[in-house]
Design a protein around this ligand. Structure first.
Ligand code: TYD
Length: 205
């Protein structure tokens, strides 16, 4: 089972990963939590270039190809072998982040992106994607308060983040059999419980 967590800035995905994985393990599954570049040395080097705050001149096309380069390595070296070993993969962001950020955010043609994504991942699609949805200002101010890493992409204007959020909601509407939308403005425990229910519903279906 391949499950991905998606959401705009400050949606709280990352803090939900560990408790969710523990819950799935208690059900008897072997679960690996991942986040691109996921320990791939080559992917790590590529990510450094993408996130570097000084790289202000980066062309959106360059950004896309770097994300995809990192993901191709991640899928081949980490995700596929893990799934092939019969383990569950719970992944913090995946291909839908590219559609939301580069497609809706930077307004790059979605069909082109889908073809590039297909090439990079060899067509590996999640079985289930949980969208932690939060209103843009609430998410960004939550992220600022948390005081963590503030990367080059967080510094894009509010309209960019607004398009990302709406893009995610549209992706979820277009593929309801794969996506479940969760209200991430709720207290963390309620978000966690909604995520667990969504997975149980899918597994038992
Ligand atoms: P990260 O620090 O991992 O953010 P978060 O904690 O919000 O997941 O940084 C990832 C940033 O990169 C985030 O702003 C989303 C963006 N991103 C893309 O623009 N395209 C992509 O394909 C991926 C995977 C991430």
């Amino acid at each position: 089972m391949f499950i991905t967590l998606e959401g705009p800035e400050g949606s709280g995905k990352t803090s939900q990963m560990a408790p969710l994985a523990d819950f799935l393990r208690q059900l008897g599954n072997s679960v690996v939590t991942l986040r691109e570049p996921g320990g791939s040395d080559i992917g790590e080097q590529i990510r450094g270039v993408i996130m570097e705050l000084n790289n202000t001149a980066m062309n959106p096309r360059t950004e896309i190809l770097l994300f995809l380069a990192s993901r191709a390595q991640f899928v081949a070296e980490i995700v596929r072998p893990t799934l092939n070993a019969g383990q569950w993969v719970l992944c913090d962001r995946y291909a839908d982040s590219t559609l939301a950020y580069q497609g809706y955010g930077h307004q790059v043609d979605l069909d082109i992106l889908r073809r590039l994504l297909d090439f990079a991942t060899g067509g590996l699609t999640p079985d289930l994607t949980l969208l932690l949805d939060i209103e843009t200002n609430a998410g960004l101010s939550r992220k600022r308060k948390a005081g963590g890493e503030w990367n080059r992409l967080d510094a894009y204007p509010p309209e960019f983040h607004q398009r990302v959020r709406q893009g995610y909601l549209e992706l979820a509407r277009n593929e309801p059999q794969r996506w479940v939308v969760i209200d991430a403005s709720q207290p963390l425990e309620m978000v966690q419980s909604a995520m667990r229910q969504a997975i149980l519903a899918r597994v038992q279906a």
